[in-house]
Design a binder for this molecule. Sequence first.
Ligand code: MD3
Ligand code: FE
Length: 212
Amino acid sequence: RRTIAPGVVHVPGWLNLPAQRMLVAAARDWARQGPGARRATLPGGARMSVETVCLGWHWIPYRYSRTRDDQDGSPVQPFPDWLAAIGADAVADAYDDPAAGAAYHPDVALVNSYRGDARLGMHQDREELAPDPVVSLSLGTACVFRIGSPQHRRGPWHDVELCSGDLLVFGGEHRLAYHGVPKLLPGRDVPPIGTESGERLNLTLRVSGLHD
Ligand code: MD3
Ligand code: FE
């Protein structure tokens, strides 16, 4: 377990292989429901290179809704209790604080799929109204993850390699930090967990602070 910055903890290899395989299989099921995963369109018209499926609340740049408003308008898929339990374990382990884990009740998951040259530009996650941490679980192909500060989009920043099974928890004063995924790192050994060759999946769990 390594603290990268205040409130930012990286736990390499937190998920064992059976847990990684189970999450990849679950992500496949979620992507098969309804209209499937989509590349979101930004307000300026550009499309993201990352494909996303949402659980609990549907994310559109830059708001949440209960319906898939940029697809067919169908209801968002439910956020499963078992996934909230993984989030609570993650927070407890990352912060070595069982009470913080027990108090963590995520209600949104964004499942991002990266293939080929997909990347994620530097951004802040400000759509959530609650201050609770974000839990990130990485699966498949490794990547470079870049984290700066809440004040400066252009750096200075830390680059961290995220590999299959790694946990990252973001809270405290870095909850609003700029961050992104500048590149994948294909051509490294990836454990056999059911991802496609060169594919990276990332699950982020969040507390929306929203109510119907
Ligand atoms: C730092 N996803 O979905 S996860 C995103 O790997 C997102 O797919 C990246 O950024 C990915 O919005 C990075 C780690 C992460 C998630 C949320 C954060 C880092 C964060 C919120 C605040 C600060
Ligand atoms: Fe983000």
